[in-house]
Ligand binder design. Structure first.
Ligand code: LLP
Length: 403
């Protein structure tokens, strides 16, 4: 991003999230182009960044939405995503969520257990509808990523084994209230190696072939999300290689290829701005204390994730420091042993690659207000979410309402 960080920080205050909408557009079109020649649908994983303006921007380009709660489905609909481009996944859908999804008539519900399938069937019957479904298959592949974001091994809670999936398809195919139209897998997030995705595609394509052989016509082949991005110096999967691997595995199958990228679309389009409050040295160790914290951007604390930290426009001899926030936890840090110049009150720090799983994982821990969010598009900036206030935070606490 080539932007005047300082001017933005002054205009909107910090902590602040900034998203480059032109970058996001470019990511979408690059991936969509890589599917040229095949029927495809890119359903953006809303959990990565669910600001309505971000979803709406992608919807305008033709994207669908991959949702994991009815709240996300509602966001997608409010943002103007076509209902037939919305899919609803998740290991634990409540009855009211299933009911609402069926009423909204979205493309499909992605089922993650036999018990859930029976529940969907029952609710569909109650509503006099036929539920379009897919089954999330767990292909037992090690995606070689962080264990917290690895989902495709048998020991994980996600999806069902191939044999179970087959039984579910056979059952669903006979049901008057279920219509099995898709197959799905998602083996993990921040994948930088193609091989595990290829292997999973081959396994799941075989399942589809065996289903087609018994007249269960799977129309959507959903490869999930997971394309890794560059946080530091990773060499990651290119869109062309990704789609080639999918094309190869699904050769001869008449299916629409579906994918659900989240991080790929937005991570490097976003940055988190925070200002220096103080510097201090404890027992020879240098700390830079900033006004953002783990409640705003949790990834370093939760996954020990690396995010590039830049002190904007500050010169001087660099030395190592931990960049920490004001929250009352030792785990509240953005970076450890980061090389930084001497910093003073109000100097601006930019934390890069924060567009995905940044704001969406923010909380109000320590009664800290959530950051504002700003979009950059065609050389202009605009506020897309106001900074939260104390009043916003206590609004639902009944006994003190209207006092
Ligand atoms: N589809 C399904 C079914 C998913 O579970 C996920 C992510 C995605 C798509 C999108 O994955 P992506 O393309 O963004 O890798 N909070 C973690 C990431 C958790 C991902 C959960 N599922 C992080 O900050 O790294």
């Amino acid at each position: 991003m080539n932007i005047d960080y300082k001017a933005l920080a002054d205009k909107y205050g910090t902590p602040l999230y900034i998203y480059d909408f032109d970058y996001i557009e470019n990511r979408y079109t690059t991936l969509k182009d890589a599917f040229t020649g095949k029927k495809s649908l890119i359903s953006y994983a809303v959990k990565a960044n669910s600001n309505l303006s971000v979803i709406a921007h992608l919807a305008t380009l033709g994207a669908g939405a991959d949702c994991v709660s009815i709240g996300e489905v509602k966001r997608a609909l409010s943002a103007g995503v076509d209902k037939y481009k919305i899919i609803f996944s998740g290991v634990g859908k409540r009855d009211d969520e299933i009911r609402a999804a069926l009423k909204y008539d979205i493309l499909l519900l992605n089922l993650e257990s036999e018990a859930e399938m029976k529940r969907v069937e029952m609710i569909a019957k109650e509503l006099g509808k036929e539920a379009r479904i897919s089954v999330r298959v767990n292909p037992n592949i090690d995606p070689q990523t962080h264990p917290y974001i690895s989902t495709g091994l048998h020991e994980s809670k996600f999806g069902v084994e191939i044999d179970m999936a087959k039984r579910m398809y056979i059952y669903a195919n006979k049901s008057d209230y279920l219509n099995p139209v898709g197959v799905h897998f998602h083996i993990g997030s921040q994948l930088i190696k193609l091989e595990p995705i290829k292997e999973a595609c081959v396994i799941v394509a075989d399942l589809v072939r065996s289903l087609k052989a018994i007249k269960i016509d799977i129309k959507f082949f959903d490869v999930g999300g997971g394309i890794g991005v560059v946080y530091n110096d990773e060499i990651t999967i290119s869109p062309k290689d990704y789609t080639q691997a999918i094309f190869e595995a699904t050769k001869g199958l008449d299916v629409t290829l579906l994918c659900e990228p989240g991080r790929y679309m937005v991570a490097n389009g976003g940055a988190f701005f925070t200002k220096v409050l103080y510097e201090k040295v404890n027992d020879g160790k240098r700390f830079v204390i900033v006004d953002g914290a783990m409640n705003d951007l949790l990834r370093p604390s939760l996954y020990n994730a690396y995010h590039e930290i830049e002190a904007v426009g500050i010169e001087g001899e660099k030395s190592i420091a931990d960049v920490v926030g004001p929250v009352c936890e030792s785990g509240d840090f953005f970076g450890k042993n980061v090389l930084l110049p001497p910093l003073k009150h109000n100097d601006l720090i930019v934390i890069h690659t924060a567009g995905a799983y940044g704001f969406t994982m923010a909380s109000n821990y320590n009664t800290r207000a959530k950051s504002a969010e700003v979009a950059l598009q065609n050389g202009k900036d605009r506020l897309i979410r106001k900074r939260e206030t104390y009043e916003d935070q206590v609004r639902l606490e009944l006994e003190y309402l209207e006092k």
